[in-house]
Design a protein around this ligand. Structure first.
Ligand code: NAD
Length: 450
């Protein structure tokens, strides 16, 4: 902890330069002191984070942890290629990450493991005084949601939910429009995770996106763990890509909060049909009954009187879309169709193509660093989410997406499960801020630093 405090003191001067010097913000000059980052889980997502961190001059990767030796070897090679020293390696067993957390040489950790590890690892990281970034979703059960909040409050250590979609160019432009009242008073939203993951949940055990109908021990990458959730839970297990951006637009936990939710699920067909089509009727997996409905629809009501429809749709054929709609008293944006209508500005009853609007309201971050960001993966948003994490960790300040956000967004999973099980009965959200949402102020999301 001492070295952590020294680091923060020493970098306070560097931090002061952040707002005026873009080169420092994005670590393109050699900072006197680097943020020492450890990564827990270097599968597909963790390796993407390694790639982004290696491009920064203000970060040193001091440790990596994974239980798969192939992933460790691949990442050591990658780090070597960038001329950085070999990191400490933790690969002995499922709990070796705790030895990484004991390292003095780690200021901050990025957790990119399967979902069931997220909260346990984030809690242990906070207890060890390490600034924690955790992949989405952050928690699986209501108890885990509270664990994140309680551990943050008890330890005083920060955690950030690494929701990259909050940094997508169109999302930040629409947030800018929301802040400038272009849509009027906010009323209604749609969002979700609509992504055909059949070939992710099922594969041949050799390549992550290859043909094949195996999962669990016989699968590779996400099919090793994600598919089990489809088998056993009828819930929206991945709500944050959709709800994260909407939560920021509606000031959730900062003057507003999620109050209740109702959920409904269709029957389940997609994974079964995929197994029969690609593995044959006699494949043992063709006998499985997947509990998760193919399309799960949840409606959230907020304290300020908005409604948000969140959809989870990952087992049927469909092109990718997060299905965003942002609607107020003056008009609306819909991502499908790339269209905007603003009363008095658009031709009556006719959609505008959204391009000109999104360009006009382009977020200051994207205006300044868009070109630089584009190489980072996922259309640039991965660059900005990692940047926000690193800049917050360097200053040891609360991140833009914090433990309360992680808890409120992730709570959709257990609440949707309960609602579906009870024929759509409304479920109350806990108030993870313990009443403080009334006085917590919205963050300044319009700055051009992070
Ligand atoms: N934000 C995004 O756009 C995005 C994209 C992809 C994945 N994700 C999230 O990132 C996380 C990881 O997904 P992925 O696609 O990289 O999956 P993956 O299966 O490719 O990687 C997970 C890694 O964790 C390792 N692991 C498992 N248990 C461990 C333990 N106890 N200790 C150390 N390592 C352990 C595995 O060996 C594997 O290498 C998930 O939560 C996923 O939802 C987010």
């Amino acid at each position: 902890m001492n070295s952590r405090r020294d680091f923060i003191k020493k970098t306070a001067v560097v931090g002061a330069g952040i707002t005026i010097s873009p080169s420092l913000t994005f670590g393109t000059s050699n900072s006197p002191e680097k943020l020492k980052v450890g990564l827990i889980g270097v599968g597909l997502r963790g390796t993407n984070h390694v790639n982004n961190l290696l491009l920064r001059k203000d970060v040193l990767i001091t440790a990596i942890c994974d239980v798969d030796p192939k992933r460790i070897a691949l990442n050591i090679d990658l780090i070597k290629k960038y001329g950085q020293p070999k990191p400490n390696v933790f690969d002995k067993n499922d709990y070796d990450y705790r030895n990484l957390l004991a390292l003095k040489d780690v200021d901050a950790v990025l957790i990119s493991t399967p979902w069931l590890w997220h909260t346990r690892m984030a809690k242990d990281a906070m207890k060890a005084g390490k600034y924690a970034g955790v992949e989405v979703s952050a928690a699986n059960t209501m108890e885990e949601c509270w664990d994140l909040v309680n551990t943050h409050e008890q330890t005083g250590t920060h955690m950030m939910i690494l929701e990259n979609v909050n940094y997508r160019r169109d999302i930040l432009a629409v947030l800018n429009m929301v802040k400038q009242n272009v849509f009027g008073e906010l009323m209604h939203f749609r969002c979700g995770y609509q992504h055909d993951l059949r070939f992710v949940k099922l594969n041949d055990g050799k390549t992550a996106y290859g043909k094949g109908v195996e999962f669990g021990e016989k699968g590779i990458s996400e099919s090793k763990w994600r598919t089990q959730h489809s088998l056993l839970r009828n819930a929206d297990v991945y709500p944050t890509h959709g709800v994260g951006p909407i939560a920021v637009m509606t000031d959730i936990n900062r003057g507003n909060r999620f109050v209740t939710l109702t959920s409904h699920a269709t029957k389940s067909r997609g994974l079964h049909n995929y197994i029969v089509d690609n593995g044959g009727e006699d494949h043992p997996n063709a006998n499985l009954k997947f509990k998760m409905g193919d399309v799960i629809t949840s409606t959230i009501e907020t304290a300020n009187g908005e409604t948000i429809i969140v959809t989870h749709d990952t087992s049927l054929p469909r092109p990718y879309s997060l299905g965003f709609r942002v609607q107020g008293t003056k008009g609306l944006w819909e991502v499908d169709g790339n269209r905007i209508y603003i009363e008095g500005k658009s031709e009556s009853h006719r959609w505008d193509n959204a391009d000109d609007w999104l360009k006009k309201y382009d977020h200051p971050l994207w205006v300044k660093y868009g070109e630089h960001a584009m190489g980072a993966g996922h259309g640039g948003m991965d660059f900005f989410v990692i940047n926000a994490f690193v800049e917050s960790a360097k200053q040891n300040i609360a991140p833009p997406l914090d433990a309360y956000d992680a808890a409120a967004w992730s709570a959709i999973t257990p609440l949707s499960e309960l609602s579906i099980e009870n024929n759509g009965t409304p479920q109350d959200f806990p108030d993870f801020t313990r009443g403080n949402w009334i006085k917590r102020k919205p963050l300044d999301w319009m700055k051009d630093t992070y």
